[in-house]
Design a protein. Structure first.
Lengths: 294, 839
């Protein structure tokens, strides 16, 4: 687990480029590319550049408290580049002593949970647990086991049992297929673990964000560092939300920068759009997360 | 039908109620338990008895015909035969005394206020959830709760603009709410149509009973919607958003749009620019202020709601968020369209309104509450089980109808996902009399009432849609299962407000028709309506030319004309490929007539008629009732074929179809406003007529056909026989026939005439100032006109050394190509790429 002790400041550049084979006259987009300010994270600066210039650009706080930017292109164009530049300071997070957390069975008690945690118990249309997920997760959740310990165990097993394979799945692949293949990317592992936890009555949220691209010497380069990353957050009674990253089998600290939180991928997708025309389109994404020079 | 005991004019009293037997253990709307007539039906029954049974039966037949002719239909999902199923209306209205209605009115206004407050809270502070007045899972587990619509301010705080309530009456006479509809309630248009038909069918009874009128409810609704336009403008634009012609209640979308003066649109007709909603019209983008939606909210915006929706408008949620468009009902209103909400309404009413709930819901248990789950499982036999959340799959399950196996399966499903199930006490539905053509039968009923935002409060429609069970035995009321409907008459104590349905009072908003409000999609459909109508007419004329020759002569008497015609019609795929003259009598009946009129694949005629009907239904709000009636008649005249088909009978039907089609084009020429809509319809017709003539001439003059034999039929098909005779007093000769059918611009059937009409139309189309002039479509039409004018038809009408007409074929080919290009260009610029033309 993480050994960071002091805050880290990152300069982040996240560029998304669409190229269309035919001209697009109108397109509408929704971006969630502004890093959130959270107890452990401060967004010091953020700009969003759209090229060619958007006809409309407007930002609002969404249901989950993320900044969502709506923008629209209204003149004919053959390509679109969206560049998000942010400066974010991340303070270390240390998970509580695992043995000190309450037994996992008490995690989903409606009577004592805050409303946002109750909400995180519910599946969305595409994130639905199948009975075999619970059968898989069960061994990590013997009666009375402290919640954090149980979640850490499940996370480690997913990390062991599932192979990182960018070619195995797409955003449209169902969780059942991910489970059958035991392959996928960070989105798949995250959604699978969320589905397991919710089915066991443990509130869990989907988190989108970044990993440091090139960690300091001596630190391993994380999987998923050259694109946006995903992990989850679960609710621990009397502690609050605790993040966990099944792709790297760790509790995030200063190495993870949070963009947005929601119930599922669709609530936090960094950028989505509806395009009229355009024929074939190709998409290029690049992410750079580097430590700001002191 | 049994013989009438009392013939018309007889003075012997007829007892409407004679033999009417209510079921006894339930409330009957007409007769009290003692068997006596309920007093509020007294006037109605006396009025009907005065009419007499014979007259009632005849008016019933008329009413049914009116409904069929007006094309009042209800589409049934998953049933190919069920598309456009005729609506069924009973002759006996449900009569509601004014005192009872007043109580319901007050209760329903309270209920709409309550539901609106709940929506305002759920999409705002969520106090009801924080303070646990409402269980969180009911909202958070509900796919109808649209998080991206949270926090959007709605004009005047109105989320719920139209609310429908299904009511049932229990044996003790008490009304109970079975369900609330808050998403996009249907049926108000059918209610209106029921009223129009029934008040016309029974004017005496309608007058005697002093029935409250419905019109003021609709005007109040319309005025309120219009006043909710976000930015004050002289004439706010209100549109009615429909999922399209395949929706089960599409009839009433078109009907209500026409009645209320709103433009009927599909998602593809709208676009968002600068966070505002616009309608794509031929004249460019026009701003939209209010959207009355009949599309479920989750389908309304592929960007922020269901990404797989092809029915929605990208950016619509953001336009609402920016406060630039008013949605009715507000996006997200489906969140409380769950049976489980009834369980919590009494408490929510006290919390939110500080009032006691005036009208109870059917006792409802939500299995997400452990105590409720226990009760539902213990009393499953007395319960109706429903799914908690949309999409509500399947019908409610009646516990008592389950086999032990089904019961066990249901119980384990409920135990596995208790929050997804609701149990409601089964109410023995009240019954009302239904006229079956001879006497009254008793049927179960459910009453749907409507509440609409009106000014600062709500107004209740003084009437409603009474739905009745399909048979006397099954107390299940469902339009999808083929139940019928009744008009609902609310009586008045005082004089009836004179506001009439047919003559709306002067209203504040301007009712002038904007010519610009022609969505490009509608222009496209009108273009194809013109093409299909002409295609049907051409086909009928061709077929009639063959059938007429079969009727005139002995079928074995082969003439060159008939042989040539059969060959041409086979080439045009109007007759089966294998058909060859001489035809045996058996061929005539089995192959020719049967292929024309019998159901089954391969009838080009039938396919074209279906295309015509389908395309007409997509522009229904643009067609007058008379036009629609003609189209229905056309279908009847084609379909009315049973038993053996005789040649003379077939001819009669083809003649009738020609008359129907003439009536249709007459409506088009005489009754349609000369706007862009009419122009596109006529462009379609002219283009098709010219193309058909070109193809027919090409086929008639191709090698292997005795072209001389085709000259008579050609003149006949082109309705030009009389002109030819008047001019030439001679046997048809090809050069003269060509002159009449191709080059003579005074002949309304000639190609030159069609081209001249097209030239006029394309000159009048809306055009972008920046577009090059002359536009492509003008160039094509000019090219055709010149080709025809410069052709030497005298020379081209003589066969060359090979016995063929190469030059003439070249001319016809040029024109066919030009027509095809014209169709493509019009489609490209005006229909599919409408937004390219507007800035």
């Amino acid at each position: 687990m993480s050994a960071d002790v002091s805050p880290v400041t990152y300069d982040i550049v996240h560029a998304t480029r669409y190229s269309y084979s035919e001209s697009v006259s109108v397109s509408h987009h929704l971006a969630r590319l502004s890093p959130r300010s959270l107890p452990h994270q401060s967004c010091l600066q953020h700009t969003l550049d759209v090229e060619p210039a958007a006809a409309v650009l407007s930002t609002h706080a969404d249901y989950f408290g993320n900044d969502a930017t709506f923008f629209a292109m209204q003149g004919a164009h053959r390509g679109l580049t969206v560049t998000s530049r942010s400066c974010v300071s991340v303070r270390p997070r240390v998970p509580p002593q695992a043995s000190a957390t309450l037994p996992w069975e008490q995690a989903g008690d409606h009577g004592s949970l805050p409303l946002d945690a109750i909400e995180a118990l519910f599946d969305s249309a595409s994130l639905r647990a199948a009975p075999e997920f619970v059968a898989y997760a069960r061994p990590s959740f013997p009666a009375g086991r402290p919640l954090l310990e149980a979640v850490a165990d499940l996370t480690a097993r997913i990390f062991e049992d599932f192979t990182f394979d960018p070619d195995a799945t797409t955003v449209a692949t169902s969780l059942t297929d991910v489970f059958r293949l035991r392959r996928g990317v960070c989105q798949d592992f995250t959604r699978f673990e969320i589905a397991c936890l919710r089915e066991l009555g443990i509130p869990a949220l989907y988190v989108s964000g970044y990993l440091e691209t090139a960690p300091p010497p001596g630190m391993p380069r994380r999987v998923g560092a050259d694109a946006s990353h995903a992990w989850l957050s679960f609710h621990c009674p009397s502690v609050g939300w605790i993040d966990v990253d099944p792709t790297n089998n760790l509790f995030p600290s200063t190495g993870h920068v949070t963009l947005a939180r929601g119930l599922d991928y669709s609530d936090v997708s960094p950028i989505r759009g509806v395009i009229l025309g355009g024929g074939q389109h190709t998409l290029q994404v690049s992410v750079d997360v580097v430590r700001a020079s002191a | 039908m049994e013989s009438l005991t009392h013939p018309p004019g007889s003075t012997a009293p007829w007892q409407l109620l004679a033999g009417y037997q209510p079921r006894g253990h339930v409330h009957d709307e007409l007769v009290a338990p003692g068997g006596e007539l309920r007093p509020h039906y007294d006037t109605f029954v006396r009025s009907l008895e005065a009419l007499g049974r014979h007259e009632l039966a005849s008016r019933w037949e008329n009413a049914k015909r009116t409904i069929r002719d007006n094309g009042v239909t209800y589409n049934v999902y998953g049933d190919p035969e069920g598309v456009d199923r005729p609506w069924t209306l009973d002759m006996i209205p449900l009569v509601v005394p004014s005192s009872e209605w007043s109580r319901l009115e007050a209760a329903l206004v309270q209920r709409a206020r309550l539901l609106n407050s709940i929506l305002a809270d759920l999409y705002g502070p969520q106090r009801l959830l924080h303070e646990r007045h409402m269980p969180a899972p009911l909202v958070f587990g509900n796919p109808g709760f649209l998080r991206s619509c949270h926090g959007i301010a709605v004009p005047r705080g109105i989320h719920l603009h139209l609310h429908a309530v299904d009511l049932a009456r229990s044996p003790d006479g008490q009304w109970w709410v079975l369900a609330d509809r808050t998403q996009a309630p249907s049926g108000a248009g059918y209610t209106l149509e029921n009223r129009i038909v029934l008040s016309r069918s029974l004017p005496e009874a309608f007058r005697d009973c002093q029935v409250q009128r419905l019109a003021s409810f609709f005007w109040a609704q319309r005025d309120t919607l219009t006043a909710l336009a976000p930015s004050p403008r002289d004439t706010p634009r209100v549109v009615l958003l429909t999922p399209g012609p395949l929706n089960e209640t599409y009839f009433e979308h078109a009907y209500l749009a026409r009645y209320l003066g709103f433009t009927l649109v599909e998602g593809g007709d709208l676009t968002v620019r600068d966070r505002r909603v616009f309608i794509k019209t031929l004249d460019g983008l026009q701003p939209v202020d209010v959207i009355v939606r009949r599309l479920d909210d989750s389908y309304c915006d592929p960007l922020e709601l269901r990404a797989d929706s092809t029915l929605g408008i990208a950016g619509l949620v953001d336009a609402a968020r920016a406060g630039n468009v008013t949605m009715a009902n507000a996006l997200g209103s489906g969140a409380i369209e769950t049976a489980a909400i009834s369980r919590f309404l009494p408490g929510l009413c006290r919390t939110l309104l500080g009032e006691e709930l005036r009208l109870p819901s059917v006792p409802t248990r939500w299995c997400g509450e452990p105590g409720d789950l226990q009760i539902v499982l213990e009393h499953l036999d007395q319960m109706v089980i429903k799914r908690t959340f949309p999409p509500v799959s399947g019908q409610p399950i009646f516990g008592r109808t389950l086999t032990p196996l089904q019961r066990a399966a249901l119980v384990s499903e409920i135990r596995a996902h208790p929050g997804e199930f609701v149990g409601q006490d089964e109410v023995p539905l009240s019954t009302a009399p239904v006229w079956n053509g001879q006497k009254l039968e008793s049927r179960s009923l459910v009453l749907r009432m409507y509440v609409a935002a009106a000014g600062d409060s709500y107004a209740v429609m003084p009437g409603g849609l009474t739905r009745i069970a399909v048979s006397g035995e099954v107390p299940i009321v469902s339009m999808q299962r083929g139940g019928g409907s009744k008009d609902t008459w609310v009586l008045t104590d005082g004089p009836v407000s004179p506001m009439s349905l047919l003559a709306p009072p002067t209203i504040r908003i301007h009712r002038e028709r904007r010519s610009g409000d022609l969505p490009s999609r509608v222009a496209d459909n009108l273009f194809w309506l013109g093409r299909y109508a002409e295609r049907v007419e051409h086909s009928v004329r061709l077929l009639r030319s063959v059938v007429a020759r079969l009727a005139d002569e002995d079928a074995s008497d082969v003439t060159p004309e008939r042989t040539a015609l059969v060959r041409v019609l086979v080439a045009l795929e109007l007759l089966p490929a294998g058909l060859r003259d001489p035809l045996s009598a058996r061929d005539v009946e089995q192959e020719l007539l049967a292929s024309l009129f019998r159901p089954g694949p391969g009838s080009r005629m039938r396919e074209t008629l279906e295309d015509l009907r389908r395309i007409a239904s997509t522009v229904r709000d643009r067609l007058s009732i008379d036009t629609w009636r003609i189209l229905n008649q056309l279908r009847q005249d084609f379909l009315l074929r049973r038993g053996r088909i005789q040649v003379d009978d077939a001819l009669l039907h083809l003649d009738r179809m020609i008359t129907d089609l003439a009536a249709f084009s007459g409506m088009e020429m005489e009754n349609m406003t000369r706007g862009h809509g009419w122009r596109f319809l006529d462009i379609g017709r002219r283009l098709e007529r010219a193309a058909n003539m070109s193809t027919l001439l090409t086929q008639s003059l191709s090698t292997g056909t005795a072209h001389h034999a085709m000259l008579g039929p050609l003149l006949e098909i082109a309705d030009s026989t009389m002109t030819y005779r008047r001019r030439y007093f001679a046997q048809p000769q090809l050069p003269l026939v060509l002159d009449l059918l191709v080059a003579d611009a005074t002949n309304a059937r000639s190609m030159a005439f069609q081209v001249a009409q097209l030239a006029d139309h394309v000159d009048h189309l809306p055009r972008d100032q920046r577009a090059p002039s002359p536009a492509q479509e003008q160039q094509i039409v000019t090219h055709m006109a010149e080709a025809i004018a410069s052709a030497d038809l005298d020379a081209q009408g003589q066969p060359d050394e090979h016995g063929s007409f190469a030059e003439l074929h070249g001319l016809l080919l040029t024109i066919s190509d030009d027509l095809r290009r014209l169709s493509d260009v019009v489609t490209y610029y005006y229909f599919s790429h409408a937004e390219v033309r507007v800035s």
